[in-house]
Ligand binder design. Structure first.
Ligand code: NAP
Length: 476
């Protein structure tokens, strides 16, 4: 065994979303590194040609404050002490043995981008969509088809989390009001043609049990020409609700927001409506003789609160004629080659970030952080806590790590080149970033020529081949 401490610790982080960048950053700033006890050399991989993961492919484009996070992540990667290597897919381009061969430790930060399954009849009908898939589409994810069938006038969105809010807002907003954002042109064109008039958001529990956050909820009322519609019969509160309202400021604020919207007359005669329903549990998505195989409506069981904040069925059912259903009931992680996987939770089994084998024992030198470590809950900043814990474990284990056979920093590049992998780099991302910004400037200039004043900071490039081509244009 070679002595790892005689040379920099070679660490690979797989996943360049916030979780991966935070982990890499925290490692470089750890006391052990600052005090000079440990030197590190970190490579940050991503399957996409661009960094930032869910920030680029999961956050709604009309959330500009997210730019603050992008700027912070940019600063970390721009320092030059963490090497970005994009367009490399774990399990296809590189295996776990490759990583073990070239690195002393590997951290999986692959997140969760798939939709959780909804097991009710009709969930697979045409017109029933995963909320996460829709998010990927409107965020210009390179591996999602360019076209999205937006032909429904009435739409149901299932779930009472922030993704349901994003999906409902994106479906109900007028496309022209999204032009100032980064939406790709194909997304703008499709939204522009959408005939939608009514978007219904359904929660299975009550107004005090929503999983929204206050800012995101309030934002719903900012859409132009969209009225919010609420229903008095859905405003049910049990003991647990009262307790939550008393003790949790977020719950109190959101219940007040909803109650105020209901008290004020929200009917301004807008051309689109966004309905918020509570105590509706989906039981079946159905088609009709006129539209066999296609969504024609959705049936809910009316629920009632049971005193603990949970719900039970009342045996009463209600049907809503809709032509599309978006299932925004949570994300789910994806299985990774050569690692154990908890199918139920969609995570890599781990103990505080140490990846576990089938017997529940830590796999030496293999760690995890972010949503693939603890499941898809929490805001972006919460992954910092995860990363701290994981990096703590890695540093604790450092003396017992099995050293890489070939820790040379050039070895990974040589291997990727040998395998013909068109990897991208930080310099490549800067090229693509500049290209997307230039597209934004061009649009702004053309809009000024047409006498409109739409300012676009960026227009995202969507096809993977084009992203790779632009990123690699200066590659040797
Ligand atoms: P989430 O917050 O866990 O919400 C999932 C929703 O789906 C809950 O209302 C849940 O109801 C409901 N649900 C689950 N299974 C269901 C079923 N079988 N039938 C009906 N409803 C069902 O998940 P998310 O919305 O995907 O968000 C994931 C994380 O990302 C959250 O932490 C969220 O805050 C964050 N996020 C933040 C933003 C932002 O702008 N700040 C944007 C997007 C996402 P129950 O509560 O009854 O289980």
């Amino acid at each position: 065994m070679t002595n790892v401490s005689a040379r920099p610790l070679r660490v690979a982080v797989i996943g360049a979303g916030p979780a991966g960048v935070y982990a890499a950053d925290i490692l470089t700033k750890s006391n052990e590194v600052k005090d000079g006890d440990v030197e590190v050399s970190i490579d940050l991989f991503d399957q996409y040609p661009a960094p930032y993961g869910l920030i680029r492919y999961g956050v709604a484009p009309d959330h500009p404050r997210i730019k603050g996070i992008v700027n912070a992540l940019h600063k970390v990667l721009d320092r030059g002490d963490i090497r970005f290597i994009g367009n490399v897919t774990y399990g296809r381009d590189l295996t776990l043995s490759d990583f073990r061969h070239l690195y002393d430790a590997v951290i999986f930060a692959t997140g969760a981008i798939k939709d959780a399954r909804l097991d009710i009849p009709g969930a697979d009908l045409e017109g029933s969509f995963g909320g996460a898939d829709f998010v990927s589409w409107y965020d210009g994810h390179p591996d999602v088809p360019r076209d999205w069938p937006l032909d429904a006038k009435e739409v149901a969105v299932l779930g009472n989390g922030n993704v349901a809010l994003d999906v409902a807002r994106m479906l109900s907003k007028h496309a022209d009001d999204l032009l100032v954002t980064e939406i790709p042109d194909n997304v703008y064109q499709a939204l522009k043609r959408s005939p939608v008039t009514d978007v219904h958001v359904f929660g299975r529990r009550g107004p005090a049990q929503v999983k929204f956050t206050p800012l995101e909820l309030r934002e719903l009322s900012h859409s132009r020409d969209v009225d919010i519609v609420l229903y008095p019969e859905d405003f049910e509160f049990d003991e647990a609700s009262d307790e939550a309202i008393r003790t949790n400021n977020q719950v109190k604020t959101m219940v007040n927001t909803l109650a105020n919207w209901m008290a004020e007359d929200q009917d301004t005669g807008a051309s689109r409506r966004l309905h918020l329903h509570f105590l509706h549990s989906p039981v079946e998505i159905y088609d009709s003789p006129e539209t066999p195989g296609r969504v024609a409506g959705i049936r809910f069981e009316r629920m009632e609160l049971d005193g603990t904040g949970n719900v039970r069925g009342t045996g009463e059912y209600e049907d809503y004629p809709v032509q599309a259903v978006y299932r925004a009931i949570g994300y789910h992680g994806s299985e990774l080659a050569e690692l154990e996987y908890d199918v139920h939770r969609g995570i890599i089994p781990n103990d505080g970030g140490r990846v576990l084998d089938a017997e529940g024992k830590p796999v030496p030198g293999v760690y995890t952080t972010g949503w693939i470590k603890r499941g898809p809950v929490g805001l972006i900043g919460h992954t910092k806590g995860d990363a701290l814990e994981t990096i703590g474990c890695l540093l604790e284990d450092r003396d017992s790590l099995e050293p890489a056979d070939n820790p040379d920093e050039h070895a990974i590049i040589a291997l990727l080149e040998e395998r013909g992998v068109e990897y991208t780099t930080w310099e490549g991302w800067n090229e693509l970033d500049a290209h997307e910004r230039a597209l934004g400037e061009k649009f702004t200039a053309e809009s000024a020529e047409r006498g409109t004043t739409v300012q676009r900071e960026r227009v995202k490039v969507v096809p993977r081949e084009e992203m790779v081509r632009i990123s690699r244009k200066n590659a040797g």
